[in-house]
Design a protein around this ligand. Structure first.
Ligand SMILES: [Zn+2]
Length: 74
């Protein structure tokens, strides 16, 4: 089972979901997030639940500094 870690488009909180899941409710603002890679910002992928949770924690500790491997936003 793979997991994705992404950012809530409304409040910026990181959360995780199983890959292939369609929606997830943000724990911060209760927004129903559509899990569509074109609409949300996926910051990481994980193979284990534990790993996904750690990435979410790490992101919270770092604040809103992106965990990016890719190009900078314009
Ligand atoms: Zn939110």
């Amino acid at each position: 089972m793979n997991y994705i870690v992404f950012i809530c488009p409304r409040c910026g909180l990181a959360r995780y979901a199983k890959e292939g899941q369609k929606t997830a409710k943000c724990l911060g603002c209760e927004y129903q997030i559509q899990i569509n890679p074109q609409k949300i910002r996926i910051i990481a992928k994980a193979e284990k639940l534990e790993e996904a949770i750690n990435i979410v924690k790490f992101y919270k500790i770092r604040g809103k500094q992106p965990l990016e491997f890719s190009r900078a936003d314009n």
